[in-house]
Ligand binder design. Structure first.
Ligand SMILES: [Mn+2]
Length: 435
């Protein structure tokens, strides 16, 4: 059974988290040959953490990267040979398995690795000095000093360098203080590759660290396609729907399966979050129908569920402006102009006055740090289909079709979507500026 990791994009949002989980449940049902493990490649924002907590949803475990590690190639010890046993005890292990190294214990605790070189070295030395071997030595007599062990979490490439630097044929592997096994030179002949399914994204640069060394086996997504390269043909399902969770639910349908109550709730969370309670212009009829089916399965009212969910979104006046803006910040390049747009979801715009100044200052700092020409953040009231735009100020701004409230602040009634509404307008105003 091989392990296949399902991951959303970095800076995971709820659709990423929820679709990875829901898809793993489905895959584990329809494919018993493999084990599907949902993971998240980054940390959740405080708001998303609060939403999941309130809904009693456990997010997938954090996974730092998908680079191969020592634990993936480690050999587990089979025989427990004690240092004070005579060499004859070792002879049997050698005739059976012919290992290049054997772990040696002292009172049940790992002591050192013994290699074939240690054994032949001892005999040769004895013969050279004394001309004969009088009696059978104990294992201890043959042991050389212990090399520094490697850790289970060490990267394959690092451990490969380490082992080639030692004269020994093998290195002990520890997990913290505990002896776990050992690696020999042969373990490093070929790097293992993690199998990964990308959900809610398809671009390598948005993916989990180390994706370039992994084998992507599937992609399930609803974004523009700039897909990662693969060596083999793979299954890809991208559809222009409001959320990846919606696509996953279509897959349940195609397989004539029904998600359980918990999984239905998880999918509804991703769907409601990405479509801003089905109000975002990215919402399709399929999303609406899917939401209805899921709501039925987990016995909730969509509108109530959505409102309740978004009440856990912290007010921007309480959040750290930099974290809030960067938690969902996307960069684009158009006509060599680099722009960046953040989006923050809120449930009221009445308090914008309280934090506007701080956010405008932080936005300017971010613009400078990221080397952007123009930066903006849209603050979206998900309950009212209304956004406010804060920008760093750029000459293209005069072409934006929004009402200027004061310097660098625009009112955007009925605007909710960055990718479908704001971004095209910003790109258009850049174009208008140069012509
Ligand atoms: Mn999504």
């Amino acid at each position: 059974m091989s392990k296949i990791y399902i991951t959303g994009h970095k800076n995971p949002d709820l659709d990423s988290i929820c679709s990875a989980y829901a898809y793993s449940v489905l895959k584990n049902q329809i494919d018993k040959e493999n084990e599907y493990i949902p993971v998240r490649p980054g940390h959740l924002s405080d708001s998303n953490k609060a939403i999941l907590e309130a809904l009693s949803i456990t997010p997938p475990v954090y996974m730092r990267n998908v680079y191969p590690k020592v634990s993936d190639i480690m050999l587990e010890p089979t025989d427990k040979l004690e240092a004070d046993e005579p060499l004859t005890a070792l002879a049997k292990v050698y005739s059976d398995e012919n290992p290049s190294v054997v772990p040696i214990y002292e009172n049940g605790k790992f002591l050192s690795l013994l290699s074939v070189d240690d054994i032949s070295g001892w005999f040769m030395n004895k013969l050279a000095v004394e001309g004969r071997i009088s009696d059978v030595p104990t294992i201890r007599m043959l042991l050389k000093g212990r090399e520094d062990p490697v850790q289970t979490t060490d990267l394959f490439e690092d451990a490969k360098v380490a082992i080639s630097g030692f004269k020994k044929r093998g290195l002990a592997v520890f997990e913290g203080e505990e002896f776990k096994g050992y690696v020999t030179r042969r373990c490093f002949l070929r790097a293992p590759s993690y199998k990964v399914i990308m959900v809610d994204h398809n671009e390598a640069r948005q993916s989990i660290t180390g994706i370039e060394s992994a084998t992507v086996v599937e992609i399930v997504d609803h974004h523009r396609l700039d897909a990662t390269k693969t060596t083999l043909p793979i299954f890809i399902d991208t559809e222009p729907l409001g959320s990846t969770c919606t696509i996953v639910f279509q897959m349940y349908n195609r397989n004539h399966l029904k998600p359980d109550e918990y999984t239905a709730k998880v999918m509804l969370t991703g769907l409601i979050s990405d479509t801003l309670i089905l109000k975002s212009p990215t919402t399709t009829q399929t999303d609406i129908e899917t939401a209805k089916s899921l709501a039925k399965l987990c016995h909730v009212d969509i509108e109530e569920f959505g409102r309740e969910m978004f009440t856990h979104v912290e007010s921007l006046s309480k959040r750290d402006p930099e974290k809030a803006i960067l938690s969902d910040f996307k960069k684009y390049t158009e006509k060599e102009v680099q722009i960046g747009i953040g989006q923050c979801e809120v449930t009221t715009l009445k308090d914008v006055e309280d934090y506007k100044k701080k956010y405008l200052e932080t936005l300017e700092e971010i613009r400078e740090k990221e080397g952007l020409t123009w930066a903006a953040v849209m603050i979206t009231n998900v309950l009212k289909e209304h956004s406010i735009l804060l920008t760093t100020g750029y000459k293209a701004e005069k072409h934006l079709p929004y009402t200027l409230v004061e310097k660098n602040v625009y009112d955007m009634p009925n605007v909710m979507s960055r990718k479908k509404q704001l971004l095209p307008q910003m790109l258009y105003s850049l174009g208008a500026m140069t012509t």
